[in-house]
Design a protein around this ligand. Structure first.
Ligand code: GSH
Length: 199
């Protein structure tokens, strides 16, 4: 049994690192920003993005899919609801919501602020992204007004995945007006194994 994590902090690879630490799975870390764009890395991630894993030699990419797989594989650790349960449907709901309604807009703003070369940036999309975030974030804020965590009243891999997006939103000042998300995010950052940036 071998598990290799291709990562580079601070990036979405933190999700996979935190999941591995919570599950207490031994792994080899290959922490190398140079993997991005490297031809030889295409056999692990066709877009040469981070994170990715090799689990017994089998490549898997997409941070949320990797975390979900690992939690399922080690179901005895109780980090994820069982497939076919209502709680599992809520896991899928919150993961999809975080990636498509929150993180996509944060990422698009990052691309058009510092990732793309200056001449390729479209500053006008930043206002659109902020407007979409203002629509989506109240949904999470309302949830956390009543609940400490996302699924089943307890910390789970869902929080690891969604928490990366809420922490990213915090770092760019997008949750300042959402006190319940802010409190949730603080709870996550206090978890002893949480590798997310506290800056
Ligand atoms: N949806 C992917 C996103 C992966 C991603 O874009 N990772 C960034 C680092 S956080 C990257 O490798 N960027 C390089 C690129 O866009 O070419 C995931 O969650 O794993």
């Amino acid at each position: 049994m071998s598990l290799t994590l291709y990562e580079y902090p601070p990036s979405r690879s933190g999700r996979v690192r935190w999941t591995l630490l919570e599950l207490d799975i031994p792994f080899e870390s290959v922490s190398d920003r140079g993997l991005i764009g490297a031809e030889h890395f295409k056999k692990v991630h066709p877009l040469t993005k981070l994170p990715a894993i090799e689990d017994d030699g089998r490549p898997l990419f997409e941070s949320a899919a990797i975390c979900t797989w690992l939690a399922d594989k080690h179901a005895d650790k109780g980090l994820i609801a069982k497939a076919g349960t209502w709680e599992r449907a809520l896991h899928e709901q919150w993961v999809s919501f975080a990636l498509t309604e929150v993180e996509a807009h944060l990422w698009n703003t990052a691309r058009n602020t510092f990732v793309y070369p200056k001449e390729a940036r479209l500053p006008a999309v930043i206002e659109q992204n902020n407007a979409e975030l203002k629509r989506a974030l109240p949904v999470l804020d309302n949830h956390f007004a009543q609940n400490e965590y996302l699924v089943g009243g307890a910390f789970s891999v869902t929080d690891i995945i969604v928490g990366f997006a809420t922490n990213w939103a915090r770092m760019v000042g997008a949750i300042a007006e959402f006190p319940n998300i802010d409190a949730y995010n603080r709870r996550l950052l206090e978890h002893p194994l949480c590798p997310y940036s506290k800056d």
